[in-house]
Design a protein around this ligand. Sequence first.
Ligand code: FAD
Length: 478
Amino acid sequence: MHALNVVWLRNDLRCYDNAALSSAVEDASKSGAAVMALYIATPKTWQLHDMAAIKQDLIRRRVLQLQQEMAALNIPLLAVEGSSYQQVDVVFTALCRQFQLKVFVQTEYELREQQRDAAIEQLVLANMGQFIRFDTQCLMPPGTVRTQQGDYYKVFTPFKRSWLAQLQQQGVRCCARPAMLPASNLQWTQQVMTDLPAMKEADNSSQQWPVAETQVLQLMRNFCRDKVADYQQLRDYPAIDGTSKLSAYLAIGVVSAAQCVARLQLEAADSWLQEKSGAAVWLSELIWREFYKHILVAYPNLIKHQPFQEDTAAIRWRNDTTLFNAWCQGQTGFPIVDAAMRQLNQTGWMHNRLRMISASFLVKDLHIDWRWGERYFMSKLIDGDFAANNGGWQWAASTGTDAAPYFRIFNPVSQSEKFDPKGDFIRYYLPELAALQGKLLHWPHTTGGIKAYCKPVVDHAVARKLTLALFAEVKQKN
Ligand code: FAD
């Protein structure tokens, strides 16, 4: 039987700094095995994950592009349409029948993905193959940053301190892109067959987002070179293009966290560890990304959408569907919230400050279960990522790891005045308010309102009191 090294790609859709790919190639150079990459699109499972159509499209476009990038290395990428995870089994059964397999994968932390991998590992082992995991979604894999007692951290700040100390000790290493294989590798492995059809074409709804690896790496490098110094000053203003917009690429692994940190270190060597510098604050955001992944691994109940603070499971959310629909459609009468939701609905991305404001508003002004919002965001975001989204929602809902108390409640109008001071962002997404100036833009209801714009669906001061009561009820019981 011919030996075949299969790089099974999932959230690591890249050639550079791809440990699974590099190892498969290196192993083949010693063993003489052929090398092939594999991607299995699973739209039914994507649906179970509420994956946004725009994210699905980004993945399809990226996989098709990666096929070309890998072909330049003489590595074929077999991209098939598998519907759900059950059909992943079909592919590996077919491959095991034909070859002596070594499967190289990047670890995934979500429940269904862990179960899928465990089943495929069993199948491969039962056929005398090997299943080799690489824990490379984070620069510091879950389990490697722990308290002195050996526990996972529950709070971000000490986690970050420990993470940074570890970084200084071990540094950052990225794998090079693997060397080109002989042309015979491409010809030979192109004959590999499975019973599944080729992956469907993309519909190009994510067209605004480039997918070539070199372009994405260039975006990352440009950000670290030209913009990161101002990140601390600009990152909270949605009208300004002050953040990296790399989240969609980090979510599907076109770029790795290690690559971002390595480049940051290079471009901002003098400032990246100086607290409050743009570079250090950006690094902090990358550490948040890792923190939420560590938390997800440490607390498997999170994957079942359980609150991190268990007592908050008893909160009696009001869950009014009319209010929920108004929020989804950007029709709450609170301009900054509506502009934020329209940005999400129209572009598939939302600025971080707005994610915080709109999430807080859903939970603490409309008293709707954070899980409804979590799910809606997931169904729309191009960068939808379970750990970051769940972490962000639980942070906003005061059910998560946030050290701040539940009675810190965002006032959507003062947030609007502070973070969209000239109203440029609101004007862009709410053309019906474009003629207003000053405070009126943030709260257009003082003079009887604007005909073309909806009335506020709640009174913030009243809603705030109810939130405090809802939380006090469950906190007092404990
Ligand atoms: P930058 O500001 O340039 O940050 C760099 C990178 O750090 C981001 O690309 C992202 O990977 C990571 N990052 C930044 N902030 C956070 C954070 N608070 N938590 C975790 N990682 C962070 N981020 C997602 O990637 N996917 C999500 O599904 C997601 N859902 C969110 C839901 C809510 C309610 C909130 C409050 C935040 C959510 N975030 C999510 C985090 C954050 O809003 C986005 O990562 C950020 O807006 C992406 O823009 P950027 O790439 O320009 O970020």
